[in-house]
Structure formats: structure tokens, C-alpha cells
Design a protein around this ligand. Structure first.
Ligand code: ZN
Ligand code: ZN
Length: 371
């Protein structure tokens, strides 16, 4: 464990004097909450491991006593090494601890396959409508030749004599502090519970081969850049008939030059010339549903915002949509001909304070435009 050593009681959320039953209950509740099949939190696997280790120590009278008296250092000196759980074996940790399976899966040597990752790139317009994308995944697949058995067709595997097919053995270690009994994977069969004498020629006895597959992944409308979609059972095939892992597809939404996305809202800007802004104009503005004509009143100011209600992105997995905000930008001429200069100078001579006076409703209008 690379992380700092945390207090085991604190990890499980129990008092130091907690009974075995309380510790077991706390662990079960946390495990159900943190199991990576259930929790989407990115730190869930790491937290799960910590909690499992805490339970491993506190559920055993000897190691608990040692921990109570000497803390983490005492465990180390006593020769106690916590199991380094990995994602692939989380599923059957439960059968090891409880003799049953938390998620109702087949245990006994069957190992859940690891999770696989892939990436899908989509356009904002596709995030708007939702889209089905083909995703290429390289993942372990059940071997066709032996159908995942691992034994060459015509031969069969034998039950492991060391663990009698259970896949787990109790390991006893002695130390100055006493004796530890710990359940671990059988060293003879590696936890499979069986020995393959004539391995399959295709997969070498693994029961799995690496395969490239193309999957259609449904990306829901309203998805945000960087979000992940979990496709159950589309990860690496499990071992010994265990369930497959999941596939996590990270969705990248390409920036769209017409819009800036702001949560479920989109922001577009519209450029009016000083003349259009002064005289009023009807301008074409892009929306996610296509171009619309927007009318701007005479005297439109730079920085004004027009809100198009419900013209933003769909809200992911819920009803409703965000808004589109249209920001007014007014372009001031940069290069003038002599004639244009003359006309503007003439315009200026005809201007007075009324020309630029704010009409009384301006602030109210602006406020309502900004919601
Ligand atoms: Zn095979
Ligand atoms: Zn064995």
C-alpha cells in the first residue's frame, strides 16, 4: 500500500471496543457501497482495498490484539502482511471472508475479469442528440478452442489436491506475538481449484486469449466531455467461468467553434456592425437545432445577452434542456475611406446627448435578459 497508514477502526467507522459482529456488519455495509461494480467514484477501488485490509486485520483476534497494542508497526514486526487485493479478485474476497458471495456470483476459483478502458470522440452536435459510436476494445476473451476450460479438448482438468478444489487455503504463520491464521489463494493452483495437465494449445491453459472487438456504445444525449460510460460485462473475460469485467468508455466531446458550452447552456456570440446595432437588424444565429433569425432592436448595445430558453443542451438522463445565450458584440470599423470618415464626422456633428441616452427601460431589459 502506497498510501499513508490509516487507523483501521476509523476506516471501518467503528469504535475501538466494537464487537466482531459490529466489525463484520460495518465492513459488509462499506464493501457494498464501495465495490467498484456499485460505486462510480474514482477512488472507490482504493478505498475498497483499505477497508478490506482493515477488516482482514480486525476480524482476526490475534492480529486485532497486535494492532490494538502496537499499531501498524506491531503488525509488521509480527510478520503480518495484509493481502494486496486487486480489482480482479475483489469479487471473490467475499467468499473468502464470509463463505458466500456478496453479489451472488459464482465463487470458488472463478475470477472476475478485469475492467477494460476505451475512448470515444464525438462532436458537440452528437452530444446534443445522443449517438451510437463504434468503439474498438482489446480485451481478454474466452478461448474458442477450450471454451474457457484451459484444458486441451479431449482432456480434462483435475481437482487440485492441495485445496481440494476450493482455491483457498488457510495459511498459518508464527511469530513472537503468536500465531496468525489467514485465508489466501492456494499456492498450488493459484486459486483456480483445479490443475490443467494438458493445457489448451490455443491459450496455453489460460482459458482466455486477447481479442480485438468492435462494440456499439450508446452515448446518451447531454453527455459532458470526460464522462465515462460503463458497459457491463464488456471488459476482460473472467477466469474459470467467472464473470467478465466491465468496459469504461471515456467520452471526449470536441469543441465546437460556434458555441461555448457552459454546463447545460451554450453560449454563442453575434457580431453586429455599429450601423446594425444603431439601426436594428435581423441576424442569423446558429443554434443546436440549426440557424434562426434573431431581431435586434435599434440601439442594441455591446455586451447585451439574449437568452433562448430551452435551446441549450439536454440535461443528461433527465428531462429538460439548458438555454442558449447569445452575446452581442458590436464591431467598430478599423479602416475608413475618406468618404466614410466624412460621413461619420458629419454624424458626430449632428449628435447630442440624446443620441446616446439610455432609455429608461434599459436596465430592466438587461436584467430580464440575464434572467
Ligand atoms: Zn484454450
Ligand atoms: Zn489448489
Amino acid at each position: 500500500m502506497a498510501t499513508a497508514e490509516r487507523d483501521y477502526y476509523e476506516l471501518l467507522g467503528v469504535a475501538r471496543g466494537a464487537s466482531d459482529a459490529e466489525i463484520k456488519k460495518a465492513f459488509r455495509a462499506l464493501a457494498r457501497e464501495l465495490h467498484p461494480d456499485v460505486s462510480g467514484a474514482s477512488d472507490a477501488p482504493e478505498r475498497f482495498k483499505e477497508v478490506a485490509q482493515a477488516y482482514e486485520v480486525l476480524s482476526n483476534a490475534e492480529s486485532r490484539r497486535l494492532y490494538d497494542q502496537y499499531g501498524h508497526a506491531g503488525l509488521k514486526r509480527g510478520g503480518f502482511t495484509p493481502t494486496d487485493f486487486d480489482l480482479g479478485n475483489l469479487g471473490d474476497i467475499f467468499s473468502a471472508f464470509f463463505g458466500d458471495d456478496l453479489f451472488g456470483r459464482s465463487a470458488r476459483g472463478a475470477a472476475r475479469g478485469g475492467d477494460a478502458a476505451a475512448r470515444a470522440r464525438i462532436e458537440l452536435a452528437e452530444a446534443y442528440t445522443g449517438v451510437t459510436k463504434q468503439v474498438v476494445v482489446e480485451a481478454a476473451a474466452t478461448c474458442d478452442r477450450c471454451e474457457g476450460d484451459g484444458a486441451e479438448p479431449g482432456t480434462s482438468a483435475t481437482t487440485c489436491p492441495t485445496c481440494s478444489g476450493v482455491g483457498r487455503v488457510q495459511q498459518v504463520s508464527r511469530s513472537v506475538f503468536g500465531e496468525f491464521v489467514r485465508t489466501g489463494a492456494c499456492p498450488h493452483c493459484g486459486g483456480a481449484g483445479r490443475i490443467v495437465e494438458t493445457p489448451c494449445a490455443e491459450c496455453g491453459g489460460e482459458g482466455r486469449t486477447l481479442a480485438t472487438k468492435t462494440l456499439d456504445v450508446e452515448i446518451p444525449a447531454g453527455i459532458h466531455d470526460g464522462q465515462q460510460i460503463r458497459v457491463r460485462g464488456a471488459g476482460h473475460a473472467g477466469g474459470n467461468g467467472g464473470p467478465a469485467g466491465d468496459l469504461y468508455v471515456e467520452v471526449r466531446v470536441a469543441p465546437d467553434e460556434r458555441f461555448e458550452r457552459d454546463g447545460n447552456d451554450v453560449v454563442a456570440s453575434v457580431h453586429l456592425t455599429i450601423v446594425q446595432a444603431a439601426l436594428g437588424a435581423t441576424v442569423t444565429v446558429p443554434t443546436l437545432e440549426g440557424d434562426v433569425e434573431l431581431e435586434f432592436e435599434p440601439g442594441t448595445q455591446p455586451g447585451e445577452v439574449r437568452v433562448l430558453r430551452g435551446k441549450g443542451m439536454p440535461v443528461l438522463q433527465r428531462y429538460g434542456r439548458g438555454d442558449q445565450r447569445v452575446l452581442v458584440d458590436v464591431a467598430v470599423p478599423r479602416q475608413l475611406t475618406h468618404e466614410q470618415r466624412r460621413l461619420l464626422e458629419q454624424f458626430e456633428q449632428h449628435s447630442n446627448e440624446d443620441t446616446y441616452r439610455r432609455d429608461e427601460g434599459f436596465f430592466e431589459k438587461l436584467r430580464s435578459a440575464l434572467r
